[in-house]
Design a protein around this ligand. Structure first.
Ligand SMILES: [Zn+2]
Length: 84
């Protein structure tokens, strides 16, 4: 059986296969938080479900901010919603 890596959504705290989640990374050098579209960026990662509910919940509760302990631009949440 193939091993599927599971990651936790920062909004609903459920575990899902990594490929079903949106990856967000914080760039180590610039401290910039951005969406990792191609899953190729290095840095600390956070994961969130591809649904509006979780993205809105994360925005409301500042889940990504708390995860990375730094500011997150509003556009990031918008961009994440566009990936759904
Ligand atoms: Zn979720």
């Amino acid at each position: 059986m193939k091993h599927i890596p599971l990651r936790m959504c920062i909004a609903c705290r459920q575990m899902y296969p990594q490929c079903e989640l949106i990856r967000i990374v914080r760039d180590n050098e610039t401290d910039e938080v951005k969406l990792d579209m191609n899953k190729k960026l290095f840095g600390r990662g956070a994961y969130i479900c591809k649904n509006a509910e979780c993205i809105q919940k994360a925005e409301k509760k500042r889940g990504i901010e708390r995860h990375f302990k730094c500011a997150v631009p509003k556009e990031l949440y918008k961009a994440a919603e566009e990936l759904i």
